[in-house]
Design a protein around this ligand. Structure first.
Ligand code: COA
Length: 259
């Protein structure tokens, strides 16, 4: 599919989605959200897509936030609808049955940090910078940032970042648990692809079940242990479980089919 604000490249089962508004530091406007939802439909439907990388165009920014030019003149109801659209889109990323990883290649501020946090995990280039600068604008994060930052870095660190609008670099983000690894800018995509190639070689239904079970930790409406028990049981009805255990006993590499 062709997009105006995204570039997509499918290679070896890995779909790289590039937010492509480099002249505006890839700020998330209405069109980006519409197209992100279209690409999420494509990810869900296409068997050719096994996993996804989200990154930003250019060398300066992953995403520098929600597009501030769209905030002018909104009333309370309109602003709430804007936040809800962002939250719903990012919840689709978080709950995707296929792994979605953020490759953070520069500024990840406001909605950009929130987009990265909605991904299943994050790899950062050395020049990445993270922050929730909304209080500088008399605002608060609206796309899940107050919730996911607390989940990822803990309440004390999250509070300091939310209240001060302080930006942190890639190394501090790693120490805080916000990112898993830091690479050079040049090796960011290649390194992220290598991680996903490993994940893509595993049983897809088991991958999807791990995502559902781990996400249940933060969903008060779910009993995560009960869900884990159920998913564990479901795995015994899959051909991949039979293949995985048989291949282990036969000392060969398993070939998974996603059934
Ligand atoms: N929304 C809309 N436009 C944005 C944007 C955003 N969140 N972030 C950057 N841009 C635009 C700038 O307005 C500028 O556009 P112009 O060339 O038409 O004037 C262009 O992107 C380049 O940004 P600029 O500010 O000139 O780059 P810089 O290197 O001086 O500063 C940042 C980089 C990231 C520090 C700065 O752009 C910034 O603070 N952005 C806003 C971050 C923010 O508050 N995000 C949360 C939004 S809720």
């Amino acid at each position: 599919m062709n997009y105006q604000t995204l570039l997509t490249i499918l290679e070896n089962g890995i779909l790289t989605v590039v937010i492509n508004r480099a002249d505006k530091l890839n700020a998330l406007n209405k069109e980006v959200f519409t197209e992100l939802n279209q690409v999420l439909d494509e990810i869900e439907k296409s068997p050719a897509v096994k996993s996804v990388i989200i990154t930003g165009a250019g060398s300066k920014a992953f995403v520098a936030g929600a597009d501030i030019t769209e905030f002018g003149g909104l009333n309370k109801q309109e602003a709430m609808a804007l936040a809800k659209r962002g939250q719903d889109t990012f919840a689709r990323i978080e709950n995707s049955s296929k792994p979605i990883v953020a490759a953070v290649n520069g500024f990840a501020l406001g909605g950009g940090c929130e987009l990265a946090m909605s991904c299943h995990f994050r790899i950062a280039a050395e020049n990445a910078k993270f922050g929730q600068p909304e209080v500088n604008l008399g605002l608060i994060p609206g796309y899940g940032g107050t919730q996911r930052l607390v989940q990822l870095v803990g309440k004390g660190r999250a509070m300091e970042l939310l209240l001060s609008a302080r930006m942190i670099d890639a190394n501090e983000a790693k120490q805080s648990g916000l990112v898993n690894e830091v690479t050079t800018p040049d090796s960011l995509l290649e390194h992220t692809r290598k991680i996903l190639e490993t994940i893509n070689s595993k049983a897809p239904l088991a991958i999807a079940a791990c995502i559902r079970a781990a996400n249940a930790v933060f969903d008060e409406s779910r009993d995560g242990y009960a869900l884990e028990t159920e998913e564990f049981g479901n795995a015994f009805n899959t051909e991949d479980m039979k293949e995985g255990t048989t291949a282990f006993l036969e000392k060969r590499k398993a070939v998974f089919t996603g059934r």
